[in-house]
Design a protein around this ligand. Structure first.
Ligand SMILES: [Zn+2]
Length: 201
């Protein structure tokens, strides 16, 4: 009996992206671990932590959260889809593994962490935690970030940076923020054309 011709074509871009996501959320070096551990706060009762992000890494590694490369629309380079077919969608196959890329992964993984817990925050709170979380992660690396365009995105990042700077979330973990404390950030999110009331991106 002859061997059947089996053409094994591993999905290299997707596998590589899975690896990069896992490395981002569950890194081996101390500097990167410290940055993730600094993401530790709650907003309106919805809490995020480095441990929760690590559990998202485990879910990506074992396939409970899928990864696909595809169209993410005009406003965003990454997206997360909640529910039974939960998965990340990333626009590019050749993503550079820099901090801007990693911060998007932190952002989408915050949506994923709530989804894995079976928690559905209001959309604006979900986004506010995600933007604030990636901003904390950035600042914990000793880095600042200025997003100047497009304007609607710049307003969100500006509000997230101002809130982070005011509360020093990266150096004072475990803070419990009220919706009022994040009202500028929430207003900027609700002013962004990409955020319909029912879809987290
Ligand atoms: Zn989002």
């Amino acid at each position: 009996m002859g061997m059947p011709w089996v053409c094994v074509v591993p999905k290299l871009p997707t596998l590589r992206l899975m690896g990069l996501i896992v490395e981002t959320l569950d890194p081996t070096d101390a500097y990167a671990q410290r940055r993730l551990k600094s993401v530790d706060f709650s907003l309106a009762g919805y809490a995020i932590s480095g441990a929760k992000l690590k559990s998202v890494a485990a879910a990506v590694a074992n396939g409970r959260i899928g990864v696909e490369v595809g169209d993410t629309g005009p406003n965003f380079a990454a997206a997360y889809t909640v529910g039974a077919n939960r998965h990340f969608t990333l626009r590019e196959t050749k993503s550079v593994q820099d901090d801007n890329w990693r911060s998007q992964i932190v952002h989408e993984s915050i949506h994923a962490a709530f989804d894995m817990e079976g928690i559905r925050p209001p959309n604006d709170i979900d986004e506010a935690v995600a933007y604030l979380g990636e901003t904390v992660w950035f600042r914990a690396g000793g880095l600042g970030r200025v997003v100047t365009a497009p304007d609607a995105a710049a307003k969100i990042y500006g509000a997230a940076s101002a809130l982070e700077a005011r509360l020093d979330l990266h150096s004072t973990p475990g803070q419990r923020l009220t919706r009022d404390q994040a009202q500028d950030l929430i207003a900027a999110i609700n002013g962004h054309p990409g955020y319909a009331p029912s879809s987290a991106q």
